[in-house]
Design a protein. Structure first.
Length: 544
C-alpha cells in the first residue's frame, strides 16, 4: 500500500466541488431568510440581543447583518455587500442581500445539474450589463429648474427611504428636517457636519434642527450658574488645557519642613492657574470650551468676567465647532491670540427636555447643522438615528446624481421584463440562465407583497401584464393592495441605489459561484486533535 501523502496541516478541513457550491448557496439562503421580512414599508423589525445583553431593534439590513455575527465564510460575502451598500449609498441594504440570495437560489438547479459555474457567471454578468443600460436609459433626470422643485424632489426621496422604517408615520416631518440639514451643508456635503444628538423623552415631533453646532451641557462646577448663558458675536477659545488646581501637585514629589514653604508651593500652583486664566481672558474670548476639565476656581473666575465656559467637551463636538467657527484647538495658554479664536454670531444655552444644550449658531466657516432627536425609549431613538442616516445619505446621493427611478418593485419588474424578452432572442443554456435571473429580480415586489400580507402571485401577475403593455413604472401599491404607477405616486428612489444594489448583488453571486473549495486551517492555539473527524484522519498520516 502507498503511504498517505500529507498535504495540509493537521486538523485542516476542506471540501470541494459541487456539494461545496450547493452548501455555500444554502448558507446564503439562510441569511437571506433572516432579513427577508424587513423589506419595505410593511416590513417587520428585528430585535437582536448581543452577548453582553444589549438589545437593538432595527429594520436596516446592514445593521442586522452586522449584529448577526455570521461566521460562515461564504455567507460573510453577503454581510460585506450590505456594508458596502450602506457606506456607498446608505440605503437599499436589505434589497441588495435579497437580490444576491435570490440570484443564487434561481441558478442553484443549474449548478446541481452540473452546468459549469463559469457559464452561469457569464450569464449573470451579461444580465447585469443589460440592466445597467436599461436603468440609465429609464432614469428620469430631474432638471434643476427651481429651488422649490428640487426641494420637493428631495423630500420625496427622503420620504421613500423612511417609509419602511419605524418612524414612517412622521416621515413628512422628518423629510423636511433631513432636506434642510443636507441643504445647509456646503458643496461637498460632508456627512460628519450633520450632528445627531438624542434626548430621551418627549415626542418625535419635538425633534428639532439647529443650524449650527449643538452639544449637551457638560459637567460643570459651582459658579457656573452665574455665567451668562447667551451671547451675540462671540469669540470662542477652544482648548485642550486642564484648568484645575490639583494638576501640578500630583505630578511631583515635594519635601517641605515648614508651613511657610508649603504655602509657597500652594501659592505657586494658584499663580500658574491664574496666569493661564489671565491669558485666556486677555485674548478677548467670551466662550471657553475645553476638552479637559475646567475646575471650580476657573469656573468662578470666568463667571466673574462674564465668560461662559464648558469643560470635558467631547472631542468630536470640539472638532465640529472648530470646523464651523474657525480657530484652533490650543494645548497651551501661552499662544492664545485673537486669531486662534473661533467666531459665531449667536451662542446660547437652551433647555431641551431634561437636558441643557449649548447651541452655536451663525457659524462663519463651514455650514453645519445638528439634529436634536426626541422620543421614548433609547432603542427607539437609536433606530430613528439609523433611519435618518439612511434618509440623509439618500438626499446627498440625489443631490449629486439627480436622477430617480420608481420604487416599490417597479424598476425590478421592468428589468425582469427586459431580461425575459432578451432571453427569448438567444439560444442554449444562456437563455435559461437569463430567464432565471429575470425571475430572481421579481423577488423585490414579491417580498414587498408578502411582507404586507398581500397575495403576491396575483399582484405579480398584474404587474407582469402591465409591464408587457408598456406601463414601465407600475409597482406594488402598498396602501390599496393593488398595483399603481409608482412614478405618479411619488415613490421615488435615486437610480444610484438600484445601480449599486444590482451591481453588488450580481458581483456577490458571481463570487460565491466561483468558489468551489473551502480550506479551513485549524484555529491557532487549538490542539490538533480537536480539528474534526476528517482532518484528524489525514493528519495522523500513520505509515502502514
Ligand atoms: P432597504 O434596506 O433595501 O432600503 P427597505 O426596508 O427600506 O429596504 O425597503 C425598500 C423597498 O421598499 C424598496 O424597494 C422601495 O421601493 C420600497 N418602498 C418604499 N416605500 C414604498 C411605498 N410607499 N410603496 C411601495 N414600495 C415602497
Ligand atoms: Mg430603505
Amino acid at each position: 500500500m502507498q503511504p498517505q501523502i500529507v498535504l495540509l496541516k493537521e486538523g485542516t478541513d476542506s471540501s470541494q466541488g459541487k456539494p461545496q457550491l450547493v452548501s455555500n448557496i444554502n448558507a446564503c439562503q439562510s441569511i437571506v431568510d433572516a432579513v427577508r421580512t424587513t423589506l419595505g414599508p410593511r416590513g417587520m423589525d428585528k430585535l437582536i440581543v448581543d452577548a453582553r445583553g444589549k438589545a437593538t431593534i432595527s429594520n436596516d439590513g446592514a445593521t442586522i447583518m452586522k449584529l448577526l455575527e455570521i461566521i460562515h465564510p461564504a455567507a460573510k460575502t453577503l454581510v460585506d455587500i450590505a456594508k458596502s451598500q450602506d457606506a456607498e449609498v446608505g440605503d437599499g441594504t436589505t434589497s441588495v442581500v435579497l437580490l444576491a440570495g435570490e440570484f443564487l437560489k434561481q441558478v442553484k438547479p443549474f449548478v446541481e445539474e452540473g452546468v459549469h459555474p463559469r457559464v452561469i457567471i457569464k450569464a449573470i454578468r451579461k444580465a447585469l450589463q443589460l440592466c445597467m443600460e436599461k436603468i440609465n436609459e429609464m432614469a428620469v433626470q430631474i432638471v434643476e429648474q427651481s429651488k422649490d422643485q428640487q426641494r420637493a424632489l428631495l423630500e420625496k426621496c427622503a420620504a421613500t427611504a423612511m417609509s419602511s422604517k419605524l418612524i414612517h408615520q412622521q416621515k413628512d416631518f422628518f423629510s423636511r428636517i433631513v432636506v434642510d440639514a443636507v441643504l445647509s451643508l456646503d458643496e461637498l456635503l460632508p456627512l460628519n457636519m450633520i450632528g445627531i444628538k438624542k434626548v430621551t423623552g418627549g415626542s418625535l415631533e419635538e425633534s428639532q434642527l439647529v443650524s449650527g453646532v449643538a452639544f449637551k451641557k457638560t459637567f460643570s462646577y459651582a459658579g457656573f450658574e452665574m455665567a451668562p448663558k447667551s451671547y451675540d458675536n462671540c469669540k470662542i477659545a477652544l482648548l485642550n488645557i486642564e484648568l484645575e488646581l490639583k494638576a501640578e501637585r500630583d505630578n511631583a514629589e515635594i519635601r517641605v519642613d515648614n508651613v511657610k514653604e508649603y504655602q509657597k508651593v500652594v501659592d505657586a500652583e494658584w499663580q500658574i492657574l491664574y496666569n493661564k486664566l489671565a491669558k485666556i481672558h486677555e485674548s478677548g474670548a467670551n466662550v471657553v470650551l475645553s476638552k479637559l476639565p475646567i475646575g471650580d476656581v476657573a469656573t468662578q473666575y470666568f463667571a466673574d468676567r462674564d465668560i461662559f465656559c464648558a469643560g470635558r467637551v467631547p472631542e468630536e463636538d470640539l472638532k465640529r465647532t472648530m470646523k464651523a467657527c474657525g480657530g484652533a484647538v490650543m494645548t497651551t495658554a501661552n499662544d492664545i491670540k485673537p486669531n486662534v479664536l473661533g467666531l459665531c454670531e449667536h451662542f446660547e444655552e437652551r433647555q431641551v427636555g431634561g437636558e441643557r444644550f449649548n447651541l452655536f449658531q451663525g457659524c462663519p466657516n463651514a455650514k453645519t447643522s445638528t439634529l436634536i432627536l426626541r422620543g421614548g425609549a433609547e432603542q427607539f431613538l437609536e433606530e430613528t438615528e439609523r433611519s435618518l442616516h439612511d434618509a440623509i445619505m439618500i438626499v446627498r446621493r440625489t443631490i449629486k446624481h439627480d436622477s430617480v427611478v420608481a420604487g416599490g418593485g417597479a424598476i425590478e419588474m421592468e428589468l425582469s421584463k427586459l431580461l425575459r424578452d432578451y432571453s427569448r432572442t438567444i439560444a442554449g443554456k444562456e437563455q435559461l440562465l437569463i430567464a432565471a435571473i429575470a425571475k430572481g429580480l421579481e423577488i423585490i415586489p414579491r417580498q414587498l407583497c408578502d411582507n404586507a400580507g398581500f397575495d403576491a402571485t396575483n399582484i405579480l401577475n398584474k404587474l407582469r401584464q402591465k409591464h408587457a403593455q408598456g406601463g414601465q413604472w407600475f409597482g406594488v401599491d402598498i396602501n390599496k393592495e393593488d398595483i399603481s404607477d409608482n412614478y405618479e405616486q411619488c415613490v421615488w428612489e435615486p437610480s444610484i441605489i438600484k445601480i449599486n444594489a444590482l451591481t453588488a448583488a450580481a458581483e456577490a453571486a458571481c463570487m460565491i459561484l466561483s468558489v468551489d473549495e473551502t480550506i479551513k486551517s485549524p484555529k491557532a492555539g487549538e490542539p490538533p486533535m480537536a480539528g474534526g473527524g476528517m482532518g484528524m484522519g489525514r493528519g495522523m498520516g500513520r505509515p502502514m
